[in-house]
Design a protein around this ligand. Sequence first.
Ligand code: EMZ
Length: 387
Amino acid sequence: MQKSELPDPFKKARLEKGIGEMNDQNDPVKMLLRHKDVRKTAHNYKIFQSGAIPGRIVIPSEVNIRKIRQIPFEIDPPIHGLYRALVEPWFKRPLHEEYAQKLTAQINALVEETMKIDTVEIIQEFALILQSRALTLLFNVPYEESEIWISWGTHVFRSKDSALDADKANILYNYIDDQIEKAIENPKEDLYSMLLASEVEGKKLTKEEVKGLVVLTFAGGRDTIINAVTNAIAYLSEHQESLERFREEPETINKAVEEMIRYFSPLTQMGRVVAEDTHVCEHAIKADTRVSLCWASANRDAAVFDNPNEIIIDRKINPHVGFGFSHHNCLGATHARQIMRVLLSTLAKNVGSIEIFDHKENIEDLDEFKRKVGYDYLNAKFNRLTK
Ligand code: EMZ
């Protein structure tokens, strides 16, 4: 097996039962594994709800470390749509030329720094830095703020010893409270100030709502982007020909990004709470229990994707659900896609090959399934392209 491979642990269960089961802090989850069921269920927000108590739709559940509702993530339509419409233009800013240029300058500088070093630990010394710096553009705050965020590590709620670390979560909450107070005193052009000035149904957003949106912005795109970036580096180390292809045919990069998101599925699954007794894929599901939409499994469903376990960088038809599906599809997807495009194009222009020295896989334990989602560490070297 190649180092960069991400095996599909769901295949057998997806084919035989369509469903998997895991326990999560005594609030079990029935995982939906087929592409068709995942999409159908994501669409049916009336029965499969996101507006449960905060933290419950996340797996592992965050109910014990989070009281704050993440917006618009943990709200159901139709209200969901009002918040979503409010923030959508802001989250589409990565498409603006000026934003893209700043992002390109950041990534270019980081790749330059990285090429000078003999061994780089890709997660801490590359992906985390890249993600945190890029996030200053999404927030529209000074670049220096990224140094604080880098110090928080790869996940805002997880630490080395604990998958759900309440002390760590408090650092984030206190930081956000401070930033909101500062923006009230001295409004600027940043995300906090924009939210504080916004209205939904004629009413200004409360501090609590602003905080809910900001927590989502910090938490939702952190380990996911870090995994996508790290997995892309591992893949390119074993597929130098793809770097060459991006160099010669840059127009393949957009398709390659979609294919990587499909294959990596940086977020394995997302939960829903069932509003009434129902059935999915011939399995009875009781009211007030949880199901999950297993994006990672749906993205390997051979009923939809030919050769699902291969990265085909110019895959023609690619209805992947790596950014979720339907109403709740990823708000940060524009930013994430832009990061991945700029990363692939910058690497192609500057890096001839990538060497991996050693690595440790990060395996998610989902009871019945063990899924490699990325790495705990990945030591590598970027070799400069010689022309
Ligand atoms: C939540 C979630 C959102 C959660 C799209 O995913 O991402 C997780 O990493 C966070 O822990 O709180 O934001």
